[in-house]
Ligand binder design. Structure first.
Ligand SMILES: Cc1cc2nc3c(=O)[nH]c(=O)nc-3n(C[C@H](O)[C@H](O)[C@H](O)COP(=O)(O)OP(=O)(O)OC[C@H]3O[C@@H](n4cnc5c(N)ncnc54)[C@H](O)[C@@H]3O)c2cc1C
Length: 510
């Protein structure tokens, strides 16, 4: 062993979950180190939907502009019956933005998102080591020690906490003795690949379904010349062959047969089996699991990567608070809040998978994309009403956005602009002054008024009443928003001193 590195948080695995966590911790000033086994970034397309709630997280992490630049909001689906076009439509959810939820789902392949997060991490001054594999994790009083292997040898890393973001086959999960409970849907198998396609109109997904063969989809990945090839394998096919370019061409000829189309350059050829599993625990002492390391689901509904990024976003501020003196019990709320969400995602994505396969097997030509969008998949309905951090009957819900006007500059300001950053946010509706206690953690307080002539540096004018409506708030009410954008509590503004002291206690240094 040549040397020893020390850090506060060791993050194992540089996929979307680990990268999001590293960005969040780094911007909070937490010393962290992200280790990734692969020497080079993964090129395989995998996930291609970024859901609205994840886009709100991306907004807070400072990467939304780049995502909107490289991703696509509208990718219509062209449905065929062999070589005949049956219909072309855009999923309704793509247009479903509103003043309180400003982002529609974005289509973007996973490697592009990972690249954006890597760039952001570098910009923030974060530490990522590629080509570094964790080969042992042990816990001892006050810390975690990982043994890591690189091309130049083996060394140890000491950390106060470690987070396994190392994917579905998680080595960290095995090291800490956590079991995955779940099922394999052996009847649902897919041939997947990244390919180039010549002769199909770009900018739309091309989709074939039949009772005999199932589903074939060719999806153009925005800002690349790559198409994602997905073909379901008939349930009665015993030993399906490993995919090859020849096999993909054969499947296309058999199911699609659109003249003049050629498929070339097949990469990431895989035979994918659907597993649906959940870790029985998310934490053993000082080691946490996040992302696919904690939950694996079917790709239906486009949830895996999104759920992982949101795990990271839930855990990041809590680790930062505990490292600066908050009660370590705050970290228990990570599993309490996120495991039920993963269970709900598992149930929903499994139901969607069955619906998709059933629709593809019917002879009425129904699109298997029916039911692929909906409120739950957007992530916007996720909340933590049963969390110990949610105080009061309406606490735990997502803190919505609203366009308002800055009373000083008279420019448009969104509530998300006020929340962006690592702080807590206090919104006091009406014209009452907020009598703030001396906050021991980063907290920003704003007054939200409907008075168009109001002035003041922390006053915001709710010109169209969007903020009052989104929060269902009456004048004289104050709402406390957590650093990850969920409502911690609400109370009469005159009582804010007492209520704040109680609500903030679990996250405050003692
Ligand atoms: C075909 C397909 C389609 C999908 N579609 C969607 C979709 O539409 N929407 C969606 O949200 N999700 C989708 N997913 C799921 C998504 O790809 C995963 O949920 C996502 O990759 C999980 O991210 P993660 O960071 O948790 O894990 P991973 O992306 O698996 O990253 C884990 C990282 O850890 C590294 N690692 C592993 N072991 C070690 C070690 N010992 N030391 C150091 N590093 C290690 C690995 O190299 C890897 O880079 C899809 C997946 C597939 C296969």
């Amino acid at each position: 062993m040549s040397d020893i590195t020390s850090t506060d948080v060791l993050i194992i695995g540089g996929g979307p979950t680990g990268l999001a966590l590293a960005c969040d911790l780094t911007r909070r000033g937490v010393a962290c180190l992200l280790l990734e086994r692969a020497a080079r970034p993964a090129a395989a397309s995998r996930a291609k939907t970024i859901q609205p709630r994840t886009l709100e997280v991306a907004d807070d992490l400072g990467v939304i502009d780049r995502i909107l630049e490289l991703g696509a909001t509208h990718v219509p689906t062209r449905l065929y019956d062999r070589d005949r076009v049956v219909s072309e439509k855009v999923e309704v959810a793509a247009d479903a933005t509103s003043p309180d939820a400003p982002y529609a789902p974005i289509w973007m392949s996973q490697p592009l998102l990972e690249g954006i997060l890597r760039d952001r991490l570098a910009e923030l001054g974060g530490r990522l080591e590629m080509g570094t594999q964790v080969t042992a994790v042990t816990q001892h009083h006050g810390g975690v020690t990982a043994t890591v292997r690189t091309a130049s040898g083996t060394r140890r890393v000491h950390a106060r906490y470690a987070v396994g973001c190392d994917g579905g086959r998680s080595f960290v999960r095995q090291q800490i003795g956590v079991q995955l409970q779940g099922v394999s849907y052996t009847e649902h198998r897919w041939h997947l690949a990244d390919v180039r396609v010549h002769g199909l109109e770009p900018g739309r997904q091309h989709l074939w379904t039949s009772p005999e063969h199932g589903i074939l989809s060719l999806f153009p990945l925005p800002s690349t010349d790559i198409w994602q090839f997905q073909a379901s394998i008939p349930a009665d096919q015993a030993d399906p062959p490993e995919p090859s370019l020849e096999l993909l061409r054969h499947i296309f000829a058999e199911r699609a047969a659109v003249p003049g189309v050629t498929i070339t350059d097949a990469d990431w050829l895989s035979l994918y089996r659907i597993n649906v599993c959940l870790a029985d625990r998310y934490r053993v002492d000082r080691v946490f699991l996040a992302g696919d390391a904690a939950h694996i689901h079917s790709p239906a509904g486009g949830q895996g990567m999104n759920t992982g990024v949101q795990d990271a976003y839930n855990l990041g501020w809590k680790l930062a608070a505990v490292l600066t003196g908050a009660d370590a019990a705050l970290l228990d709320t990570y599993e309490q809040e996120r495991r039920p969400v993963a269970q709900a995602v598992l149930d929903d994505s499994t139901a969607r998978l069955h619906a998709v396969m059933q629709a593809a097997g019917s002879s009425d030509g129904s699109s298997p994309h029916k039911g692929l969008t909906g409120d739950f998949t957007t992530g916007l309905t996720i909340g933590y009403p049963n969390s110990p951090l949610s105080q009061g009957p309406t606490a735990g819900g997502r803190a919505p956005d609203a366009p308002c006007k800055d009373a000083s500059t008279r420019r448009t300001v969104r509530l998300f602009d006020l929340q962006r950053g690592p702080h807590w946010t206090l919104l006091s509706f009406g014209d009452h002054a907020t009598d703030l206690p001396q906050a021991t953690l980063p907290l920003r307080a704003y007054r939200i008024t409907t008075d168009p002539s109001a002035a003041g540096p922390t006053t915001v004018i709710d010109i169209d009443g969007h903020a009052h409506r989104a929060y269902d708030a009456l004048d004289g009410e104050t709402v406390l928003i957590r650093p990850d954008g969920y409502i911690a509590t609400r109370c009469p503004t005159h009582a804010v001193r007492d209520v704040l002291a109680r609500a903030l206690a679990p996250a405050t240094a003692h």
